[in-house]
Ligand binder design. Structure first.
Ligand code: SF4
Length: 330
């Protein structure tokens, strides 16, 4: 059974009964103590903007996820998911190298059709195009893929990256479905300890807020705020979102050095490449100062986050949003 060897089982983690039994077991307190210790360490490391990766067992991982829901701090949730996403990716790579049967078993349990024969891994086209969008690099562009009978042939690194994105999506769905009152009930014996963790995190988070120089963050449109939030939470941005962010920030007067500093948070940060891209978009290399795309383009690329923002309904361009808001307030 993969659950003996692997820390993710989505059915297990979704079940309040399983989490309650694991968290309140009198005969085995280890999973609960490990989950508490892990979350405390994430908070401690967050204070120094450091990472804290650790492979949890199946029960500790489930308990930690439910506890994170109860703590209910967006940045802590993101940090937890990102840390565990990276642990997950390493574990997937380990399985592919050392235990291919467990890798296949995991994929089947996660309802992902992978086909492995003679060390060649193939995945359905739809799976590839669902998860390649958040991954940068030519290796993930459809045009460079080898196909065979409607399946895409991927290497170990590619499948681990794609599964990682699928993991994040699944964990977010489970996280959003957790009933916070039910979580409070499960952890009622640990309430004071959990409150202390929350208070500590709120203090640290206030100090860590991203600095944006002289530009006025409060007037940014929802799409730009979302891209910045994703970067702050160490997520990779799709290429068009990066382009939009850089051209937007340049248009409103942010320096290239400040922009490059913002991108230091993304997991695949490469200073040389980022500097080149920023200098290209801002005209230093290309001679053309690019403008951000219109809302219609962002919308058709699933990069518009207007929700019910009333100003978004009246404008056609992210810069128009910024200018209108600035003008209104002055
Ligand atoms: S409507 Fe335009 S400005 Fe508003 S979130 Fe969408 S893309 Fe951004």
């Amino acid at each position: 059974m993969i659950t003996d060897k692997f820390f993710v089982d989505y059915d297990y983690v979704s079940s309040p009964e399983n989490i309650n039994t694991a968290a309140n077991s009198l005969s085995d307190r280890k999973p609960m103590l490990l989950a508490l210790e892990y979350i405390k360490n994430i908070v401690k490391k967050y204070a120094d903007k450091n990472r804290y990766n650790q492979v949890l067992d199946l029960k500790s991982f489930g308990i930690a996820l439910w506890m994170i829901k109860l703590i209910n701090q967006r940045n802590l949730t993101s940090r937890f998911i990102i840390e565990q996403r990276d642990v997950f990716e390493n574990e997937i790579l380990r399985l592919i190298k050392n235990d291919i049967e467990s890798f296949i078993d995991y994929c089947h349990r996660a309802k992902i059709n992978v086909f492995v024969s003679n060390n060649i891994i193939k995945i359905p086209f739809n799976f590839f195009i669902t998860y390649n969008k958040k991954i940068s690099g030519f290796k993930y562009r459809l045009i460079y893929q080898k196909m065979e009978n409607g399946l895409i042939i991927v290497d170990e690194g590619q499948i681990a990256h794609l599964l990682r994105e699928n993991f994040v999506e699944k964990i977010n769905i489970i996280y959003n479905s957790i009933n916070i009152d039910q979580a409070a009930q499960i952890f009622k014996s640990y309430q004071s300890e959990i409150n202390l963790i929350r208070d500590e995190f709120i203090k640290i988070n206030a100090k860590n807020e991203m600095k944006l120089g002289d530009v006025d963050f409060t007037k940014f449109p929802p799409c730009i705020i979302e891209y910045l939030n994703e970067i702050r939470d160490n997520q990779n941005l799709p290429h068009l979102a990066r382009f939009t962010l850089v051209s937007f920030l340049h248009s409103i007067g942010m320096s290239n050095a400040d922009m490059i500093n913002i991108f230091r948070n993304v997991p695949d940060f490469n200073e040389k490449m980022t500097t080149y891209q920023v200098e290209h978009i801002t005209g230093i290399i290309s001679g053309t100062e690019y403008s951000p795309p219109k809302c219609v383009t962002l919308r058709s690329n699933h990069l518009c986050y207007m929700d019910d923002d009333p100003l978004c309904r009246k404008i056609n361009h992210p810069l128009e949003y910024y200018k209108k808001k600035k003008f209104r307030k002055s």
